[in-house]
Design a binder for this molecule. Structure first.
Ligand SMILES: [Zn+2]
Ligand SMILES: [Zn+2]
Length: 134
C-alpha cells in the first residue's frame, strides 16, 4: 500500500494498486503548477486512489483542453490529475508520496517546451517533443 499527503497534512490518500506508468512532463502547465522544470507523475489504475482525509480541501483547475490539475487549497501541494471524461484520478504526483512508489519515470514528454534554464538530464530516458504516444 502506497500512501501520500500534502505539505500541511490535511489531504491524505492511499494508492491501492501498483502504479501502471510513470513519466516526467516538461510542459509549461507542469512548470507553472510545480514551479520547477518538470513534473514527475505516476499513472494509476482507475479507482485505485482513495482519499482518506481532506477531500473537501482538494481544489481543481480544469483547463479547456486537458486533464484537471488538483491540489490542496490550504497549502498548495500538487496532488493528482483527473480525467474529465471518466471523472477518475488518472495520475498522482510522485513528490507527494510518503515512500517508494515502486516505479521509476520511464520517459520524458513535452520536451519541446522544456525550461531554457535547466538542461534536460542525460539519463537515457526516451524523450518525446509532444505528448507521449499512448
Ligand atoms: Zn495541504
Ligand atoms: Zn505536463
Amino acid at each position: 500500500m502506497i500512501t501520500g499527503h500534502c505539505n500541511c497534512g490535511a489531504v491524505r490518500f492511499e494508492v491501492t494498486e501498483p502504479f501502471v506508468s510513470a513519466n516526467y512532463c516538461h510542459c509549461t502547465r507542469c512548470q507553472r503548477r510545480t514551479g520547477t522544470a518538470a513534473s514527475a507523475q505516476g499513472g494509476v489504475a482507475p479507482g485505485s486512489v482513495r482519499v482518506l482525509a481532506g477531500e473537501e480541501l482538494v481544489g481543481s483547475w480544469q483547463p479547456p483542453d486537458g486533464f484537471a490539475k488538483e491540489f490542496c487549497t490550504r497549502c498548495g501541494s500538487a496532488l493528482w490529475t483527473r480525467d474529465p471524461g471518466s471523472g477518475e484520478i488518472a495520475g498522482v504526483r510522485l513528490g507527494v508520496l510518503d515512500g517508494d512508489p515502486g516505479i521509476r519515470p520511464r520517459l520524458r514528454q513535452f520536451v519541446a517546451y522544456a525550461a531554457p534554464w535547466e538542461p534536460i538530464p542525460d539519463d537515457g530516458l526516451p524523450r518525446f517533443p509532444e505528448r507521449r504516444p499512448s
